[in-house]
Write a protein that binds this ligand. Structure first.
Ligand SMILES: NC(=O)c1ccc[n+]([C@@H]2O[C@H](COP(=O)([O-])OP(=O)(O)OC[C@H]3O[C@@H](n4cnc5c(N)ncnc54)[C@H](OP(=O)(O)O)[C@@H]3O)[C@@H](O)[C@H]2O)c1
Length: 347
């Protein structure tokens, strides 16, 4: 039922005290309006990409007011009419595959990476432009997003993909290793999201896709800090999904299982530690054994595209790890933990 149908009665002329029955009616109507519009947006809150007005405008993202007005003017129309996606960490693996997939569907792709000079020929497609963006360097994020906006006129979708893993017992991790893991997988994601949000809020549309992991829903030994970042990404995403829906911004989680990319090789920081060495060697052996059987990143790229285009507010999109979830949901908690112990820690 639309809340508009329950229109409030007008106050009597003269502005005198409102009779009790009418006052409680007004309170009931107000309560109904408040309830009905939370967390679902009212009609005027619904996304309307064509109606980017200057009302409720965000603070200037960075740079001068002049560049802000250029951004506003650009955000009301896209020069090519093509959808625009920004992807972080797109030099390899899931990010690179997603960039190619979106371009294959006719999207303009801002493929961001921390060292574009190292990957001059990573993309052949003319729809893909590379931009320098290191998610751990706060000062380069705003300017990179402004550059993308001034080149493409808008951002329809942001894919927060940049990430890596630390493998090692918590006891042996240095403060620096822990901090860098959080800087990259969590704080970087937050900063890029904060830089993009004013543009999406102004356009009253947009989709943010955070690449989480099976490790954002369940934990395995020796990945404690990686899991901490991905569990945090899950909580953050779930929370802002409600926060941003009234602005027509959709927020989603793509949760891959084991995927064959550079993640298992150069994107894992391995920390050895004598007391834990047996467990570390066993885990590395398991990862090594599994790596030959892992699927490539194509299905993840497809899932990211589906999450970007399905027009719904579905939160989670698991890819290639349904067996873990199935087992986790079927087994009682104690049995699930015994099972993981037998896989990782039993001799
Ligand atoms: N592969 C899996 O099994 C798996 C499973 C679940 C979730 N994931 C998640 O998927 C995402 C992508 O990983 P992947 O599997 O595609 O591994 P990958 O091939 O190693 O890609 C990781 C990407 O992140 C980038 N990156 C690292 N630190 C960065 C920083 N400070 N700023 C910007 N970019 C940075 C890397 O850039 P450089 O080239 O500069 O190093 C690289 O492009 C990660 O968030 C990971 O947690 C992967």
């Amino acid at each position: 039922m639309s809340p508009k149908k329950v229109a409030p009665k007008k106050e009597g002329a003269g502005g005198g005290p409102v009779p009790r029955r009418r006052r409680s009616g007004a309170i009931a109507w107000f309560a109904w309006r408040s309830w009905a519009s939370f967390p679902f947006p009212s009609a005027q809150d619904k996304p309307n990409p064509g109606k980017a007005t200057h009302e409720n405008k965000p603070p200037p993202p960075s740079g001068s007011h002049f560049s802000y007005w250029i951004i506003i003017m650009n955000s009301s129309h896209s020069s090519s009419g093509k959808k625009v996606v920004v992807i972080t960490g797109s030099s390899s693996g899931i990010g690179a595959e997603a960039a190619r997939y979106f371009a294959g569907q006719g999207w303009r792709v801002a493929a961001t990476m921390r060292h574009p000079e190292k990957y001059p020929r990573v993309f052949e497609d003319k729809l893909i432009t590379t931009f320098k963006l290191d998610v751990t360097e706060p000062d380069n994020i705003g300017p990179a997003i402004d550059k993308i906006i001034s080149e493409f006129g808008k951002i329809d979708v942001l894919v927060n993909n940049a990430g890596y893993g630390v493998l090692g017992p918590l006891e042996s991790l240095s403060d620096e290793q822990i901090r860098l893991q959080f800087e990259t997988n969590l704080f970087g994601l937050i900063r890029v999201t904060q830089a993009v949000l004013p543009h999406m809020r102004l356009a009253r549309s947009g989709t943010i896709i955070n690449i989480s992991s099976v490790g954002g829903r369940m934990a395995f030994p020796l990945f404690s800090v990686y899991h901490s970042t991905k569990f945090a990404v899950e909580g953050l995403t779930e929370s802002i999904r409600y926060e941003l829906k009234p602005f027509g911004i959709r927020v989603k989680l793509v949760e891959p299982g084991g995927i064959k990319t550079d993640f298992g090789t150069r994107s894992i920081t391995k920390v050895n530690s004598a007391p834990y060495q047996r467990m570390i060697d066993k885990t590395l052996g398991l990862l090594e054994k599994a790596s030959g059987r892992l699927p490539g990143p194509q299905a993840v790229a497809k899932t990211i595209f589906r999450a970007a285009t399905d027009q719904g507010y579905r939160l989670r999109y698991p890819v290639h790890h349904q067996p873990y979830f199935l087992l986790n949901s079927l087994l009682p908690d104690l049995l699930w933990r015994r099972f993981l112990e037998s896989v990782f820690t039993a001799s």
